[in-house]
Design a protein around this ligand. Structure first.
Ligand code: TPP
Ligand code: DXP
Ligand code: MG
Length: 662
C-alpha cells in the first residue's frame, strides 16, 4: 500500500520527551511513570499547532491520555486501533511517525484530515463518518480468527505469520455511539465470537450537547469500584484455570448482570448483550488507564471499557465551551481569543441564511418543524432551536433516522425541514427513497455542505448528492445560486402540494451584500437566463454559477467578439424543458458546470435531455472527477478539479476554438 504525504514540512521544535518519540515503540521504552509528562507535551503540541493550523481541537485534547495508554499497552500497528470519526486522533498521528509533518495537517498534499490506511499502517480503517468503528473492528477480529484458521490448516505457524494473537480495539465517542450503525455493530459483537475491546470515550458531548436516551443512560451508568476490582481478579483467575471459554463466559456475564441489577437496581445494556462492561473510569489518569488496559488486553470475549473524559481537557477555554472549540479556527493560546476573520462587509454564510429563514418560515407556518442529526450549530438550526425549542429535534448522529422520523411527521401533516450535510446524507439514501419518495411525503431535505468542503477532504465533500438523488422518482431537487434564491426555494418548498423537496447549498458564504429579501415562490422546474450570448451556452446549477459568471466576463473581455450566454438551471429535477429546448436549438456548443460528481449529475442530465429530444450540441461537462478529491482549501481544490474561474474559462474558450479544450 502506498502511503502518501507529499507536503513535507519539518518542524524543529524541541519537544522534550516527545522529541525522542517517533513511533509507539519509542514510547513503549519509557517507564510508565513518565507517561503523564508525555501527555502534557502532546497536549501542548496539539494546542500550539492547532492555534496556527486549524483543525479538530477539543476532541483530540480529550483523548490524549487514552491515546498514549493505547499505544503504550498495545503492540501497534500489529494490534489494531480503530478510531471512530478520527477527529480525536491528532495525538495518535503525532505518536505514529507524523510528528514532523503534523504542521501539514489538513493542508493540500499534507497529512490527511482523518486517519487513513492510505497514509499510515497505524491508521487501520477509513475515518470521517461516525459510528463505523465497532463494525469495522469486529470485521477485523473475525478476519484475524479466520485467517489464523486457514494458516493452521495450511500448516503455517499462525495467522499473518506473527507470534502473538492480534488485538483489536474500537474507540468510539458517546456521540458516535448514538448512531444506528454503532448499535448494529454492538448487536453483532454480542453474537459473534470475538475478543474485541470497545472503548467508549464518554465526554457527554457530541459537537453540540449529546442527546437521547443513550446519553442519559450513560450518565446514570455506574459500577462500584470494589465490584470492578473483584471482577478483574475473578476473570483473570477463571481464565488461568481455563474456565472462560465462550459458553461459560456468557453464562458468567449473565450471572454477574443478574447480581448487579439485584444489588444496584440497574440493568447494564452492554452486559445484557453479553459484552462485558468495565467502568466508568477516569479517562485522564494515564497510569490507571495503562493498568486497566493491561488487564483487559488478554481477556477473552467482547468487552466495553467506559471512560469519562472532558472534551477540550487541559485547555480551559475549550473545556468551558466545547462546541465552539470543537474546531475553533486559529486562536491565541495564551488568551484563548479566537482569531476570526473580520466578517464586516462579507456576505452571510449559507447556513445562517438557512437558519434565519427557517425561523421566519416557522413563525408563519405552525406545521414547520426542524430536524437535525447532531449538527444544530453546524447548520444553524440552533437559531430556531433557541426560539422554538419544542419544534426542533436534534436526533443525534442518526441521518437515516432523521429522514424517516421526518417522513413520519410529514405523513401526519407536519412540514419537516430536515437538514443534513450532503456527505452524511449518504447514510440516509434508502430512507430518502423508501420512506420519503415512494409516498411522496413533503419532507424538505436541506443538504448543507454540498460540493467541495475543503480541509475535511474526501469523506466530507458533498460530491454525490445530485448524481445519487437525480434518478429517484417524486423528488424535486434544486440548488440556489445565491442567498435570496435559497430563501425563496425554502419558501417554495413548504407551500402545499410540493412533495419531497431537496435543496442543496455549499459550505461557506454567499455572494450578496444583504441576504434579506421578500419570500416569493419560484415555479418548480424553472431555470433562468442570466445573460444572453451567441457563441456558447454555459449552464450552471447552484452557487458555482457565480464562478462561471466571472469566467464568462473574463473570457469575453479577453476575446473581443466572443459572446457567452449563461443559464442557471436551478432545478436538477424536474429539468426546465423549455429552457433546454431554447439552449439546444440556439447553441451548438454547451458547457455545463456543477460542483458535484460529473458522472450522473446535471451535465449528464442535460446530455440525456438533448439526446432524448433529438438534439446533438457539443457538450463539455465540468464537475468533480471519477476519483476521490483530496483535502485542501476550496479554491485549491476547485482549481485542481477544473471548476474554478480559470478552468471554466478554459472550457469556454476551448469549445469556441480560442484555445485547446480540456
Ligand atoms: C455520519 C456522521 N454524522 C455527523 C458527523 C459530524 N460529527 C463529527 S464529530 C461529531 C461528534 C461526535 O461526538 P463523539 O463521538 O462523542 O466525539 P467527541 O467529539 O465528543 O470527542 C459529529 C456529530 C460525522 N462525522 N459523521
Ligand atoms: C469531524 C466532523 O465530521 C465535523 O467536525 C466536521 O468537520 C464539521 O464540518 P464543518 O466545519 O463544515 O461544520
Ligand atoms: Mg463525545
Amino acid at each position: 500500500m502506498a502511503y502518501s504525504i507529499s507536503l513535507l514540512i519539518v518542524r524543529h521544535d524541541d519537544l522534550g520527551l516527545l522529541s525522542h518519540i517517533q513511533y509507539p515503540e519509542d514510547l513503549r521504552k519509557l517507564p510508565a511513570d513518565r507517561l503523564p509528562e508525555v501527555c502534557d507535551e502532546l497536549r501542548k503540541d496539539i494546542l500550539d499547532e492547532l492555534s496556527v493550523n486549524p483543525g479538530h481541537l477539543a476532541s483530540s485534547l480529550g483523548a490524549v491520555e487514552l491515546t498514549v495508554a493505547l499505544h503504550y499497552v498495545y503492540n501497534t500497528p500489529e494490534d489494531r486501533i480503530v478510531w471512530d470519526v478520527g477527529h480525536q486522533a491528532y495525538g495518535h498521528k503525532i505518536l505514529t511517525g507524523r510528528k514532523e509533518a503534523f504542521c501539514t495537517n489538513r493542508k493540500l498534499h499534507g497529512i490527511m484530515p482523518f486517519p487513513s490506511p492510505k497514509e499510515s499502517p497505524y491508521d487501520t480503517f477509513v475515518c470521517g463518518h461516525a459510528s463505523n468503528s465497532i463494525s469495522a473492528a469486529l470485521g477485523m477480529a473475525v478476519a484475524e480468527k479466520r485467517l489464523e484458521k486457514i494458516a493452521a490448516e495450511q500448516g503455517a505457524t499462525g495467522g499473518n505469520g506473527k507470534a502473538a494473537e492480534r488485538k483489536v480495539v474500537a474507540v468510539i465517542g458517546d456521540g458516535a455511539m448514538s448512531g444506528g450503525l454503532a448499535f448494529e455493530g454492538l448487536n453483532n459483537v454480542s453474537a459473534t465470537p470475538n475478543d474485541i475491546l470497545i472503548i467508549l470515550n464518554d465526554n457527554n458531548m457530541s459537537i453540540d450537547r449529546s442527546v437521547g436516551g443513550m446519553k442519559q443512560y450513560l450518565i446514570g451508568l455506574n459500577t462500584n469500584e470494589t465490584y470492578n476490582a473483584l471482577r478483574f481478579k475473578l476473570s483473570k483467575w477463571l481464565r488461568s484455570k481455563g474456565y472462560l471459554e465462550d459458553d461459560r463466559r456468557k453464562g458468567l456475564i449473565r450471572l454477574g448482570n443478574a447480581l448487579k441489577s439485584a444489588f444496584s437496581h440497574q440493568q447494564n445494556i452492554f452486559e445484557g448483550l453479553d459484552i462485558r462492561y468495565f467502568g466508568p473510569f477516569d479517562g485522564h489518569n494515564v497510569m490507571e488507564l495503562v493498568r486497566i488496559l493491561r488487564q483487559l488486553k488478554d481477556m477473552k470475549g467482547p468487552k466495553l471499557l467506559h471512560l469519562h473524559t472532558t472534551k477540550g481537557k487541559g485547555y480551559k477555554p475549550a473545556e468551558k465551551a466545547a462546541t465552539v472549540w470543537h474546531a475553533p479556527g486559529k486562536f491565541d493560546v495564551g488568551t484563548g481569543e479566537r482569531l476570526c476573520d473580520d466578517e464586516k462587509g462579507l456576505p452571510a454564510k449559507y447556513q445562517d441564511v438557512f437558519g434565519n429563514t427557517l425561523l421566519e418560515l416557522a413563525e408563519a407556518n405552525p406545521n414547520i418543524v426542524g430536524v437535525t442529526p447532531a449538527m444544530p450549530t453546524g447548520c444553524s438550526m440552533n437559531i430556531m432551536m433557541k426560539s422554538m425549542p419544542g419544534r426542533v429535534f436534534d436526533v443525534g448522529i442518526a441521518e437515516g433516522h432523521a429522514v424517516t422520523f421526518s417522513a413520519g411527521m410529514a405523513k401526519e401533516g407536519l412540514q419537516p425541514f430536515c437538514n443534513i450535510y450532503s456527505a452524511f446524507a449518504q447514510r440516509a439514501y434508502d430512507n430518502i427513497i423508501h420512506d420519503v419518495a415512494i409516498l411522496g411525503l413533503p419532507v424538505v431535505l436541506c443538504l448543507d455542505r454540498a460540493g467541495l468542503v475543503g480541509e475535511d477532504g474526501p469523506t466530507h465533500h458533498g460530491a454525490f448528492d445530485m448524481a445519487a438523488l437525480r434518478p429517484v422518482p417524486n423528488l424535486t431537487i434544486a440548488a440556489p445560486m445565491d442567498e435570496h434564491e435559497l430563501r425563496r426555494l425554502m419558501y417554495t418548498a413548504q407551500l402545499p402540494g410540493k412533495g419531497p423537496f431537496v435543496i442543496r447549498y455549499p459550505r461557506g458564504r454567499g455572494v450578496l451584500p444583504d441576504w434579506h429579501c421578500q419570500l416569493t415562490e419560484i415555479e418548480v422546474g424553472t431555470g433562468r437566463k442570466l445573460k444572453d450570448g451567441d457563441d456558447v451556452a454555459v449552464l450552471t446549477i447552484g452557487h458555482i454559477g457565480n464562478e462561471a459568471a466571472k469566467a464568462i466576463a473574463e473570457a469575453e473581455q479577453e476575446h473581443p467578439g466572443l459572446t457567452v450566454a449563461h443559464y442557471d438551471v436551478r432545478f436538477l429535477k424536474p429539468l426546465d424543458g423549455q429552457l433546454l429546448a431554447e439552449v439546444g436549438r440556439r447553441f451548438s456548443r454547451i458547457v455545463t458546470v456543477e460542483d458535484g460528481i460529473r458522472a450522473g449529475g446535471m451535465g449528464t442530465a442535460v446530455l440525456e435531455w438533448m439526446a432524448d429530444n433529438g438534439l446533438a450540441p457539443r457538450i463539455v461537462r465540468l464537475g468533480l472527477p471519477d476519483s476521490f478529491v483530496e483535502h485542501g482549501t476550496v479554491p485549491q481544490l476547485m482549481h485542481i478539479t477544473g471548476i474554478d474561474k480559470d478552468g471554466i474559462k478554459k472550457a469556454i474558450t476551448g469549445i469556441c476554438g480560442y484555445s485547446k479544450a480540456q
